[in-house]
Design a protein around this ligand. Sequence first.
Ligand code: SD4
Length: 293
Amino acid sequence: MEYTMIATWKMSYDGIGLAKEALEKGCSVKEAIRIAIQNVEEREEFISVGHGGLPNIDGHVQLDAAYMDGDTLDFGGIIEVEDIKSPIAVAQDLCGLKCNCLLSGKGAESYAKKKGFPFENHLCESSKKRWEEKKKEDIEDIEELQAYEGHDTVCVLGKVKKHLGVGVSTSGLFMKQEGRVGDSPIIGSGFYADSLIGCAAATGLGEDIMRGCLSLRVVDKMAEGKHVQEAVNEVLDAHIKRMALMKKDCDAISLIAMDKDGNCAASTNICEFPFVVLQDNDIKLFVATYKEG
Ligand code: SD4
């Protein structure tokens, strides 16, 4: 398998198609992942990523993105940024820096400005309307906000020859507190890649993903010799059981992973989790379903 990709949610389908065209012309894994993610970031109809993303409680669209290179273990990420046209492009630009590779808020925005990355207002009419409607509900308990569906993150894992990479981009939870950080830009939780072993990424409620550092744990399972499907299943099941010990329900979590040979898998605790796989020159949409472990 020269190249393989796996990505979260149906919204990644077209972007994976564009990435495939670029891969056929010989692009790198980094470029393929950027192309796939930018297609989702640019499209207003995908309400949880990039342009038209879900606003925070103050009505601002604040975006997170990250990238990790499986050959070098370099990573880059930006947290809670406003109006950067393509967060994944900036995250990839930061990937490779020895220091200062994970930047938040104003610092990330001024880095992007200095480097000449384009900006645009991501709060479009549809996201503003969604925010105004939600504001009318009298939400006293911030905890209630966690159940909102459709806060999907685009996560893309790629492999070109033996080179693995992972990229993620999201607006995070709808109506999140200003300054709230989810798992997506956090290495080991939202994403991890090691070309010698495999890579993984997560989507779902960031707080529940972070308490298990789930992406790194999936890669660790593969390092122990587990098949990629066993790795995602066992990590998710163990996390759900650990949470149950504390009488806590695990909120929505879905995991995707790929091993160093390009075998792909997904696991979820929601009823249906769609994901897209590019393998053997073919792009297919799959749906993972929850089976109690
Ligand atoms: C977050 N994990 O900010 C992201 C949101 C997400 O499916 O992936 N939702 O917590």
